[in-house]
Design a protein around this ligand. Structure first.
Ligand SMILES: [Fe+2]
Length: 516
């Protein structure tokens, strides 16, 4: 959704320069006469920090949410509150380039989403908010490279699956030190599970969230993790949701357990869950939900170096099947007809060197039956065989497709093949399944390998499998992608020791991935 023609860009830059001229002399904000001063706000309205997301070559979304009592509905008065924002070229806000006032509305949980435009491509900016005299922490962000740019390096961090109860989000502390240009989060930002004392941390509340206030409290609790908050304040995120933002393994308007959640009750739950998701994510107004629907599939361009197609593999999918035969039913869909057409159009017409696909769930095959025959996980792309195989076949005519996934709570890095029944099948791309930030906690590595290593004979496309917590770091350049599997030794304590578990390379023009 980028790729603005250069006349537009020039116009934005001119507008930006005018604002710069007006603001340069005033290093401190003047008193805001538009402020609704009659209702003083409680202290600590910026408890959830700041975030940015969905970078364009000339723009970025800035986010905050006013919540002085974050785990109890937010604690804000039931009125609209003006929130000033400013964007500067420097950390001390001497060179302010854009500024304005946004409205924090009670019906959106006093969240603020500012869609700033008129910025310059491929550069860092700092931003902050002010409400009723209270100043937010300062955030740092970065715009996408210019639309024609193919040079340089784009550093993407691939993250997913952060279960509060399974551990501290220690991989983000390492990610912060690696200074990615953008963080791609592919689902399970929260878990809807009931509070439990079995792990190192406990969910707020008394049960699973169903109402808007309950979902707000859950998101707010997650945002109090200091490593997650610091990462949000230091790089833009591109997010999509998977199942646990609402309900485990849901499909469209079908809950995990239809016997216990009526259709009407689940539609109400989707409506609440999607709204809380929007309220807490740095996404554009296109993602404002309409009842039980949210528009999340979208495209972002990083110059001509990389195009990122962010999928929605939850809202439009057929219900999960329960047998191998059923998984091969050609009527099953993961994407729905409209999204599938949108994806194929965006892949085939792409001017980009790298065509990235953010998929919540794994695309390469996972055959968990030792020896003859196959056994798949039906919630992943394996459960939607015919559509998956057709898409992989289409990858033959796509320039350098790379799929970035989550869900599995494992690192699984694979060649993408046209036909997994044929060991000699054509390789058409590469997939990185980026383990989890904390979900599954500290796994027994020996037990994992004892169980999974024998399956490698059945899955020769797997290049690395591993059960440490962490994320993947991808350095994308014109010639290739250098990837690192970054892991931590533990998530059960707030501090951890990071390391590189594996290094891999994807060469442009040569489908597949190899360990280096
Ligand atoms: Fe997960």
């Amino acid at each position: 959704m980028t790729g603005k023609a250069s006349p537009d860009r020039r116009r934005f830059l001119t507008a930006g320069a005018a604002v710069l001229g007006a603001a340069a002399s005033a290093q401190l904000w003047l008193p805001n006469t538009a402020r609704a001063a009659e209702i003083p706000l409680p202290d600590g309205v910026f408890s959830l920090g700041v975030a940015s997301g969905d970078p364009l070559q000339d723009g970025i979304v800035l986010w905050t949410r006013l919540a002085p009592d974050p785990l109890n509905g937010g604690g804000m008065p039931d009125s609209v509150v003006p929130v000033e924002w400013e964007v500067a070229e420097d950390e001390r806000f001497r060179k302010v380039v854009r500024k304005g006032t946004a409205q924090a509305r009670p019906e959106y949980g006093h969240s603020v989403h500012v869609d700033v435009r008129g910025l310059r491509p491929g550069r860092q900016y700092w931003y902050r908010f002010r409400a009723d005299g209270q100043l937010s922490p300062t955030g740092r962000t970065r715009t996408a490279p210019a639309w024609h740019s193919i040079r340089g390096n784009l550093r993407v961090a691939l993250a997913s699956c952060q279960n509060w109860q399974h551990g501290y989000f220690t991989p983000y502390a390492d990610m912060l030190s690696q200074d990615p240009d953008v963080v791609l989060f592919v689902g399970d930002y929260i878990y809807e599970s009931t509070p439990s004392s079995a792990g190192p941390r406990r969910h707020e509340g008394t049960g699973e969230p169903y109402t808007l206030t309950q979902y707000r409290n859950r998101y707010a609790q997650y945002r109090t993790d200091p490593d997650l908050a610091a990462m949000h304040a230091n790089a833009p995120f591109v997010v999509t949701f998977d199942d646990h933002e609402i309900d485990n393994d849901f499909a469209g308007e079908i809950p995990q357990d239809p016997a216990n959640q009526s259709h009407d009750a689940f539609v109400a739950r989707l409506t609440a869950g999607y709204q809380a998701y929007y309220e807490h994510m740095p996404v554009r107004a296109a993602a404002v939900p309409t009842g039980p629907h949210i528009q999340m599939y979208r495209r972002l361009n990083f110059g001509r170096l990389a195009r990122l197609n962010v999928l929605d593999t939850r809202q439009f999918r057929s219900d999960q099947v329960t047998s191998q035969a059923a998984a091969q039913d050609p009527s099953l869909t993961m994407l729905g007809a409209e999204q599938k057409e949108w994806l194929l159009d965006g892949l085939k017409d792409s001017p980009a060197r790298w065509n990235l696909i953010a998929s919540q769930i794994m695309m390469a095959e996972t055959d968990i039956l030792l020896g003859e025959g196959k056994q798949w996980f039906y919630d992943a792309w394996d459960g939607y065989q015919v559509e998956r195989n057709a898409l992989l076949d289409d990858f033959r005519s796509v320039r350098n497709p790379v799929v970035l996934s989550g869900d599995r709570h494992l690192t699984m890095i694979s060649d993408l093949k046209v036909d997994y029944a044929d060991p000699a099948s054509t390789v058409v791309g590469a997939e990185f399944v980026g383990t989890s930030i904390s979900s599954n906690g500290d796994q027994d590595q020996a037990a994992f390998h004892a169980q999974w290593d024998p399956l490698r004979a059945d899955n020769p496309h797997w290049k690395v499998i591993d059960a440490h917590r962490g994320y993947h770091l991808l350095d994308i350049s014109r010639e290739g992608i250098d990837a690192q599997v970054r892991v931590v030794d533990t998530v059960v304590t707030p501090q951890a020791t990071p390391s590189t578990l594996a290094r891999l390379r994807v060469d442009a023009g040569k489908p597949g991935v190899r360990v280096v």
